[in-house]
Design a protein around this ligand. Sequence first.
Ligand SMILES: [Zn+2]
Length: 81
Amino acid sequence: MKHADLPPLPIGSVYGPSACATVQLYLAVLEDVSPEQAQLVFEHIKSCAQCRAELRLLRQVARCSGGWRLAWSGGFSSGCC
Ligand SMILES: [Zn+2]
């Protein structure tokens, strides 16, 4: 699945609510974005506590339903935790 309709990622030291909103959109579809886009996402996350917290939350949900890949390909499973 492609996500060509996503807004462009903030590049370099662009921070603020709109940059974070964009990064968090990409976090939700991280399996489908290009390596270059993922790189930009993680560059942002390294220096943004808010997006780091968001990623941690997403990963907790993924782990809880049986793994990152499974969580995103199959939706959130029922009976989680
Ligand atoms: Zn951020």
